[in-house]
Design a protein around this ligand. Structure first.
Ligand SMILES: *Cc1c(COP(=O)(O)O)cnc(C)c1O
Length: 362
């Protein structure tokens, strides 16, 4: 079997070692005489997977004791709704930092629940950069400030998170860059991430939430949508996405085996440098879509001067074993997603393909 050079934006590449280990344990897990998908989520074996996965998240991401780690369903998109349902109050708007499609989806849900304000927007730059600290204005009475840590579609990423004054909690959608670099979790009130980019398969969403925010869950919303329900039940309130959580467990152990998150950051920077260098040294044949100071280490967005050539690039790349290089339908162009599990070898191969394509078409 030949593995594709997988640059998919999500669901995305998983480490081969993880897939192979899951394959070995697929039919029978832990001597139980059944697979993990067939056993009770109340069994000791599954509870152990659940607890160990939480503990690994805490250890690898440096999560302080006054935070809960939850495994929920409904994707990051469900968090767009749950956050305002749980945290918006009369007279306390949700403040949103607008950096692209995902922030727009998030604020749209919040508007259905309560009051919102735009804390900053880079729309006039077509969302090709993130705002600086001084551009972000948060009302004192805001319930929270929400930002998208890494804009998966535009290819921008906060290099440094803004420091928010007062007591306003910072909330980050880290769906496409969680565990790709060390983060000071104590800067945030809530962090969430759908698993299918950096953590595992789709089906589970990790929510890291500070205890005082868990306590705010109002009683008039359905139990299934309240953070306190899931916190009290250690994410076992109802049947969890057990196979997905198990896969996240394996991915976290893989990260551990690579030396942890700081090591991964270096690895990710080395990988993306190969591709950004190819763009920057192409004499204008390729151009980076995002402003240089906002460039993402997870999603590299770039263009070629005609759409014809972009189409040809995608077509030829597919013939050479590359997958997922077409840009998102909303923004066009090209995109290479280089999440944690994308091997250096894939990035080397892409840089070489880009050089060769330019030679033939430049
Ligand atoms: C993929 C993605 C989402 C949507 O995730 P779902 O799990 O499909 O709901 C939200 N935010 C960001 C930043 C993403 O990359």
């Amino acid at each position: 079997m030949k593995r594709a050079y997988n640059f998919n934006a999500g669901p995305a590449a998983l480490p081969l070692e993880v897939l192979q280990q899951a394959q070995e344990q697929f039919v029978e897990y832990g001597g139980a005489g059944m697979s993990i998908m067939e056993m009770s989520h109340r069994s000791a074996l599954y509870e152990n997977v659940n607890n160990e996965t939480q503990a690994l998240m805490r250890e690898l991401f440096g999560i302080p004791d006054n935070y809960k780690v939850l495994f929920l369903q409904g994707g990051a998109s469900q968090q767009f709704a749950m956050i305002p349902m749980n945290l918006l109050r009369e007279g306390r708007p949700g403040a949103y930092v607008m950096t692209g499609n995902w922030a727009e989806k998030a604020i749209k849900e919040a508007k259905l629940i309560g009051e919102t304000v735009v804390a900053a927007t880079t729309e006039s730059d077509k969302f090709m950069r993130v705002p600086s600290q001084s551009e972000i204005v948060v009302p004192e009475n805001a319930a929270y400030v929400h930002l998208t840590s890494n804009e998966t579609i535009g290819g921008t990423q906060f290099q440094q998170y803004p420091v928010i004054g007062g007591n306003v909690p910072l909330i980050a959608d880290m769906s496409s860059d969680i565990l790709s670099r060390p983060v000071d979790v104590s800067q945030f009130g809530l962090i969430y991430a759908g698993a299918q980019k950096n953590l595992g398969p789709s089906g589970v969403t990790v929510v890291i939430i500070r205890d005082d925010l868990v306590a705010e869950s109002p009683k008039h919303i359905p139990a299934i949508f309240r953070y306190d329900t899931h916190a009290k039940n250690s994410s076992l309130y109802n049947t969890p996405p057990s196979f997905s959580v198990y896969m996240v467990n394996l991915v976290l152990k893989w990260i551990q085996s690579k030396g942890g998150v700081a090591q991964l950051e270096q690895f990710n920077r080395d990988k993306t440098k190969l591709i950004y260098d190819q763009i920057d040294q192409s004499g204008g044949f390729y151009t980076g879509a995002a402003h240089a100071d906002s460039r993402s280490v997870m999603n590299i967005t770039f263009r070629i001067h005609t759409e014809e050539l972009e189409k040809q690039f995608v077509k030829e790349s597919e013939q050479h074993g590359f997958v997922g290089l077409k840009g998102h339908r909303d923004v066009g162009g090209l995109r290479a997603s280089t999440y944690n599990a994308v091997p250096l070898e894939s990035c080397k191969a892409l840089a070489e393909f880009m050089a060769d394509f330019q030679k033939r078409n430049g």
